[in-house]
Design a protein around this ligand. Structure first.
Ligand SMILES: CC(C)(COP(=O)(O)OP(=O)(O)OC[C@H]1O[C@@H](n2cnc3c(N)ncnc32)[C@H](O)[C@@H]1OP(=O)(O)O)[C@@H](O)C(=O)NCCC(=O)NCCS
Length: 213
């Protein structure tokens, strides 16, 4: 079952959302933000945002891995490639984003506030590659798709020579990123008990230094 990597198109977005929600189905923090996986007819805002990014956002690349026997996407990455220094007006978080119906808005806003706080602190306006999302459908995990998608972005950074790469890792993804040269620089913690869960859920802010410096 050969796997190929390709740029995703607008028409791929509904499938990529399916992959994301399925891949994160067991993630304790995702279940707090999205108590029920949104059915396709309640994904309108995210769908519109991602379609917009695919078609007009020059900084965003959605890459997909396709199983050519199944002729089906099985994994994807959402990379932001910032090739030049950006002014503060571009990278400073301006306002809370909208959420699809059924989202725990308070939890989601708190999480994304912390995500942006880390991004602003660690990278700010510097040129870099940011891995915003990586997900492989559970049936197809451990076949190398995640590594292919990660490699796509780190190759962009290595060709440019001066770009670091940045991401916030779930505990499941952390080992993969470490093995690709990412280093743990900060921790983002969410208190699950505040939302009826137990314990603290950690995301690991990781940076892969630029190769050419
Ligand atoms: C993290 C994830 C994207 C990896 O995708 P994948 O296609 O399975 O990755 P690969 O097959 O390229 O595996 C690469 C490495 O990831 C690690 N890995 C993959 N699946 C894993 C799992 N379920 N648990 C722990 N480590 C895992 C392994 O170290 C693997 O290396 P190995 O081949 O030496 O075992 C996938 O597990 C996933 O979608 N998880 C749920 C969503 C998530 O947490 N995404 C990361 C967001 S930061």
């Amino acid at each position: 079952m050969p796997l190929i990597i390709d740029k995703a198109q607008e028409a791929d977005i509904p499938k990529l959302l399916d992959i994301m929600y399925t891949a994160f189905a067991d993630d304790p923090w995702d279940r707090i933000m999205f108590p029920q996986i949104p059915p396709p007819d309640r994904r309108g805002l995210t769908l519109a945002q991602w379609r917009d990014e695919v078609s007009v956002d020059p900084h965003t690349a959605f890459m997909k891995v396709v199983d050519t026997d199944l002729n089906e996407s099985i994994a994807f990455a959402r990379w932001h490639i910032y090739r030049t220094e950006r002014p503060e007006s571009e990278w400073k978080r301006a306002e809370a984003k909208g959420w699809d119906e059924g989202t725990n808005v308070e939890a989601a806003n708190e999480f994304y506030y912390k995500i942006h706080e880390k991004r602003e602190k660690v990278m700010g306006g510097k040129p870099h590659c940011c891995l915003n999302m990586l997900a492989t459908h559970p049936y197809h995990q451990r076949r190398g798709a995640g590594r292919m998608l990660l490699r796509w972005g780190t190759d962009v950074a290595d060709e440019a020579k001066t770009f670091p790469c940045y991401l916030e890792a779930t505990p499941v993804g952390q080992h993969l990123y470490q093995s690709a040269g990412f280093e743990h620089v900060e921790t983002l913690d969410m208190d699950l008990s505040k939302w009826g869960g137990e314990g603290i859920y950690y995301h690991y802010v990781m940076v892969r230094p630029a190769k050419g410096i």
